[in-house]
Design a protein around this ligand. Sequence first.
Ligand code: G
Ligand code: G
Ligand code: MN
Ligand code: NA
Length: 251
Amino acid sequence: QELLDDMREALATGGMEMHYQPVVRTKDNMVVGFEALMRWEHPERGNVSPGVFIPAAEESDLINQLGEFALRRACEDALAWPETVRIAVNVSAKQFANKGFPAIVSQVLEDTGIAPDRVELELTETVFMGDVDVTDETFRILKGLGVRLALDDFGTGYSSLSYLRSAPFDKIKVDKSFVDTCTQKNENSAKIITAIIGLSKALGMDTTVEGVEAFDQFDLVTEKGAEYIQGWIYSKARPQADILEYIANGG
Ligand code: G
Ligand code: G
Ligand code: MN
Ligand code: NA
């Protein structure tokens, strides 16, 4: 409860920030987009991880306000980047299940004037645990708005392939847990990464491999056909000022 009050205050007073982690196209080493990740530096608690405060916000309506803030700020910041660079924003299943969600996306697109196809919403398969009619309708409206949809953390959870059969995803993000173990002998992770990349290609979707930290991991996943990589090997998430400086220095 106290955490929720602190979050509300932070949201109202500028304490919540968005940082951006690059997504790199392996064939030419170009930064093609950034994932927006929320950061909260609490005056007493210090840095609170979104892994802690997002689940807490999901227990109340606050997730809707946090989510709208994240989307709006990320789209505003992306307007200062080259037009070819996309912005990916995480959307909580709780937020997605809110009937008002598509209208908020539409409003943010209109207010900021960002090209809808520059905006990618990252969803996890937990969105499919919600009411089927609402979920279908939300997917339909979002596709109509022209935003891109990515299936995040793929391979964890239940990963039912039926979600891929019917939902209009543009991208699959291979979960970091596979990359963590992909260079170990006697591990199936490398084979699973290869299979997910193949599946994604067959369905006409892009694939981003997440959480690449080390050169041996990088070599392995590019050999397996990874087109896009996101991970500390390139950069952690950085504040907008750093992104602008990087762009000013020629990207
Ligand atoms: O950035 P990491 O840096 O620690 O993020 C931890 C978790 O919090 C991840 O699962 C990430 O998707 C989630 N997360 C980070 N920022 C946001 C956000 O703006 N919205 C939502 N819904 N989740 C976020
Ligand atoms: O759940 P989602 O995939 O949205 O969350 C992304 C999370 O992964 C964030 O917490 C982000 O900071 C983290 N992350 C991104 N790249 C790396 C990496 O190379 N190594 C580690 N350990 N974490 C990473
Ligand atoms: Mn994500
Ligand atoms: Na992920």
